[in-house]
Ligand binder design. Structure first.
Ligand code: NAD
Length: 485
């Protein structure tokens, strides 16, 4: 489809969802909850079909399609349907009663309107779900633009929800041009998850149009292994962090910084664990990603890196779980996102150096610190710069709807999950009701008593106390007399 056709389609879709959204937002929240719960059950009843579809599209093992995607649907819907009413409750506003009598204020969180969710291919259901559930619950309409690499899973998800709740949700399949057309068609908010490069473009497009937008971008997470780490659990957990979803995980472990005291035992164990995973690690989803990872391995080896396990694939075989060491800090494998089952490892003699290694990246999505003494590991974690830091684990919290998924630096300022997403998906609307029958002291006509009052108020801000309150009352009285005279 050519670009002008995308524009027309995007405009039609946004207009249709916008029309349906008005009715959807007018429903009592309890009715929206019932309908979304019915959609959740309809999806879960066909969970096996969805898991198979995801596995076919992404090559991930069926167990991973279940654990990271199908289960996430129930968990994420469950959280928002349970907590949403409280989180969306109007908030009472604080208005000082002495100088502003008779006023009542409250703030409602109202839906933005139509939210566009642009998604990547690595978690084609879990990632959109993190936006779909709170967006719809809050009374918005939503259009999902799934990745062109894995369009079917996202389209399946939207179709099941649409069957239950109607045309307030829609999907627009297509490549980047389709995503851009959706932004040009002026939705009310954009949630983007994808690469840093595309995220920057999307951010500019949205800024130029005044569309609120959040961007969840790439990562280069580091596992910091302290001298007192539990060897077996840490090696197993770090290996999982490197290879799960074949490393195509924005918060996959791509760097490992190990304390020298533990390195002689830890490194062979990590190598063994990685080798054991090889049979469960599928080929990468796109040929381009395979090329990127191979280029990173080739460059690192050419520049003197040592291959601890794995390395370049033989022929067309999948890229094996790979651990490299002695990789120069300016090599691609250290500084760029790999998005494959490979990691670079460094050994350091001090905790200071371990922390400096973890922070030597322009990304800042997640990091982990592994150590037996969790208080100490937490102290180390505080000095590591990233949106998320796990102690003795990595990345598993992605589908826990109460916990923010958030980065910093080149990982973007965006967020999915947690009550904080409501800042993007809703806007605060203020109501103030005034039952004061008097004129206001700050209204015209101005006069010397107004200035007196202002001075008394400023003095009261400094001192507080009963005396200041009495002086305020007296200045107010004088001012009201002045207004009425
Ligand atoms: P990508 O940036 O190539 O594409 C993401 C989406 O953006 C796709 O749907 C694509 O069609 C669309 N798109 C492309 N150009 C566009 C444009 N000009 N305007 C609007 N939309 C456009 O990313 P990808 O290769 O699909 O996914 C991998 C990347 O996603 C990795 O960098 C990974 O780290 C990142 N990611 C981040 C998170 C996170 O939560 N931070 C989660 C998963 C993946």
């Amino acid at each position: 489809m050519s670009h002008p056709d995308w524009s027309k389609l995007a405009e039609q879709k946004i207009a249709a969802v916008r029309a349906a959204q008005v009715e959807w937002a007018a429903l009592p929240i309890q009715t929206r909850i019932e309908k979304l719960n019915a959609a959740k059950l309809a999806i879960l009843a066909r969970g096996e079909e969805l898991a198979q579809l995801i596995s076919d599209e992404t090559r991930k093992p069926l167990a991973e399609a279940y654990s990271a995607e199908v289960l996430a649907i129930g968990d994420i819907f469950g959280y928002w349907l349970r907590k949403g009413p409280d989180l969306l409750k109007p908030r009472k506003g604080d208005v000082p009663s002495l100088e502003m009598p008779g006023k009542k204020a409250w703030i409602e969180r109202v839906p933005r309107g139509v939210v566009v969710c642009i998604s990547p291919w690595n978690f084609p259901v879990q990632l959109p779900m993190r936006t779909v559930a709170p967006t719809l619950l809050a009374g918005n309409g939503l259009i999902l633009k799934p990745s062109e690499v894995t369009p079917k899973s996202g389209a399946w998800l939207v179709a099941r929800i649409r069957e239950v709740i109607g045309p307030v949700i829609d999907v627009m399949e297509g490549d980047g041009a389709a995503g851009a057309a959706l932004i040009e068609a002026m939705p009310d908010a954009v949630v983007f998850t994808g690469s840093t490069r595309t995220g920057r473009k999307v951010g500019v497009m949205c800024a130029e149009r005044g569309i609120p937008c959040e961007q969840e971008l790439g990562g280069k997470d580091c596992a910091v292994v302290l001298a007192d780490a539990d060897l077996d659990r840490t090696a197993t957990g770090v290996a999982w962090g490197i290879v799960s979803n074949a490393g195509q995980n924005c918060s996959g472990i791509e760097r490992v910084a190990v304390a020298a005291q533990i390195a002689p035992q830890f490194i062979p164990l990590l190598v063994k664990k990685l080798q054991e995973t090889a049979k469960d690690v599928p080929e990468l989803v796109t040929p381009m990603q395979r090329r990127i990872v191979i280029e990173q391995i080739e460059e690192a080896i050419a520049r003197g890196a040592q291959v601890l396990t794995g390395g370049l694939p033989i022929g067309d075989a999948p890229i094996p779980p790979t651990l490299l060491t002695k990789v120069p800090r300016d090599a691609m494998a250290w500084k760029d996102e790999s998005f494959g089952p490979i990691a670079v490892l460094e050994v350091h003699t001090s905790e200071e150096e371990l922390i400096t290694a973890a922070n030597d990246t322009r990304y800042g999505l997640g990091n982990s610190v592994w150590g037996h003494n969790t208080d100490h590991a937490t102290d180390v974690a505080r000095r590591v710069v990233s949106g998320m830091v796990w102690i003795n684990n990595h990345s598993f919290s992605a589908a826990l709807a109460d916990l923010p998924w958030v980065g910093t630096g080149d990982s973007g300022t965006g967020m999915t999950n947690s009550p904080d997403v409501l800042h993007l998906l809703t806007r605060p609307r203020l109501y103030v009701v005034d039952s004061n029958k008097d004129l206001e002291p700050w209204w015209y006509p101005y006069g010397p008593k107004l200035l007196d009052l202002m001075r008394v108020l400023v003095s009261r801000q400094q001192t507080g106390g009963l005396g200041a309150t009495l002086r305020t009352l007296s200045a107010l009285k004088a001012r009201m007399k002045e207004i009425k005279s």
